[in-house]
Design a protein around this ligand. Structure first.
Ligand code: M6R
Length: 367
């Protein structure tokens, strides 16, 4: 049942190329090079009327929402806010009929996310669910559903669901951008072409698992570490940190790289590992200056960037892991993969139960 892999998590990490393809399947019109969602209830008029978007989810699904919502905001220029589901309804959120609420859930059964959906509907919002389980409570109650076709996810640590959610968000962003006229057909076609290359790029990343394994064994001897990044890299840093904590029990913090000097830099001392994500061209220089800040305090830095910048970064860090190049807004679909592998191999090195970490359940049906 584990298809030759030692754990479900590793199997699911390796299923990502297929999950990307399946989630895109039937949603890209090869003739027009546009995104199609034949089953959505949202009309073009409604899509044009949206004035704000709330993204509501928990854990890894929330992290996918951070990436996906930022992408949508860029593509359609509508303000997006990100809401941890267990907080959402208690803060009396401002929900209007022109608010699109997007709930994200692998299982479709997360109690807090379901409660958020109900709160939004009670206030007259249209709720779109991005979920991996089409028969789930969230899928049943939502006004619209975009299914991620990742296949069943068994490991408690979510991997292929997260990346499929990112794919779904990108498709949705392109779809709405077309209807709202915020992107040219050629720009849409350009992003679609880049998305279609992602599965192969993930395959090439997976082929480099051994080098991540070696780094994970090194990390497993540490008690604390940091993940830093800016923009989408920061969102991915949060997911990398959660994954590592969840299954290896190593404490880590994800920080917006520019925020370090507002307190957290005090924790950087000789030998502390810092994983720096540096995949966003426009922010690269700034991230490099933050890398220098931690290096100067003795941190041992591993940078994740794409080939073109490896030589450059090598001058400021101890180690570089190169990922293939794609458009900046699609980078999270690649850069998270080494972080998933890092968490997996660190947990393995420490002898933990990778698929069933302590204290956690796959589906959290209590609030
Ligand atoms: O099924 P959901 O996507 O609603 O689950 C949300 C979180 O409980 C889940 O993503 C959790 O954070 C994962 N175990 C992280 O790997």
């Amino acid at each position: 049942e584990k298809g030759g892999f030692d754990h479900f998590m590793l199997k699911e990490i390796h299923e990502q190329p297929k999950a990307y393809r399946d989630t895109m399947l039937g949603r890209i019109d090869e003739k027009t090079h546009k995104v199609v969602f034949p089953n959505l209830n949202m009309t073009p008029e409604y899509i044009r009327s949206i004035r704000q978007i709330h993204i509501v989810a928990c854990g890894t699904a929330y992290h996918a929402g951070l990436v996906g919502g930022s992408v949508i905001e860029q593509l359609i220029r509508v303000p997006v806010s990100f809401e941890v589901a267990s907080e959402y309804r208690y803060r009396n959120p401002i929900i209007t009929p022109d608010t699109l609420v997007i709930v994200v859930s692998q299982s479709g059964e997360t109690a807090d996310t379901l409660a958020g959906l109900r709160e939004a509907q009670a206030n007259g919002a249209h709720v779109l669910a991005i979920t991996n389980v089409v028969g789930s409570s969230i899928a049943r109650d939502a006004n619209d559903v975009i299914a991620t076709l990742a296949g069943p996810e068994i490991a408690v640590a979510s991997t292929k669901a997260y990346t499929s959610q990112i794919i779904a968000f990108n498709l949705l962003g392109l779809y709405m951008a077309d209807i709202r006229g915020t992107m040219e057909a050629s720009e849409i076609a350009h992003v679609i072409a880049a998305m279609q290359s992602l599965p192969e790029q993930v395959e090439s990343l997976l082929a480099q698992s051994e080098s991540i394994k070696a780094y994970a064994e090194h990390i497993s001897k540490h008690e604390h570490l940091f993940f830093i990044g800016r923009g989408l890299d920061y969102a991915v840093a949060m997911e990398g940190s959660l994954k590592l904590k969840e299954i290896s029990y190593i404490h880590s913090e994800a920080y917006a790289a520019g925020e370090l000097k507002h307190g957290t830099l005090a924790l950087i001392e000789e030998g502390i590992p810092v994983i720096a994500l540096a995949t966003q061209d426009a922010l690269l220089e700034k991230t490099v200056s933050n890398i220098k800040e931690v290096k100067a305090r003795g941190a041992e830095v591993m940078a994740i960037t794409y080939e073109e910048h490896v030589a450059d970064l090598m001058r400021s860090v101890d180690q570089v892991f190169a990922i293939p190049k794609t458009l900046p807004l699609l980078m999270p679909a690649l850069s998270v993969v080494p972080l998933q592998l890092l968490a997996y191999y660190a947990s393995l090195a420490l002898g933990h139960d990778v698929d069933k970490p302590r204290n956690l359940a796959k589906s959290v049906t209590v609030e």
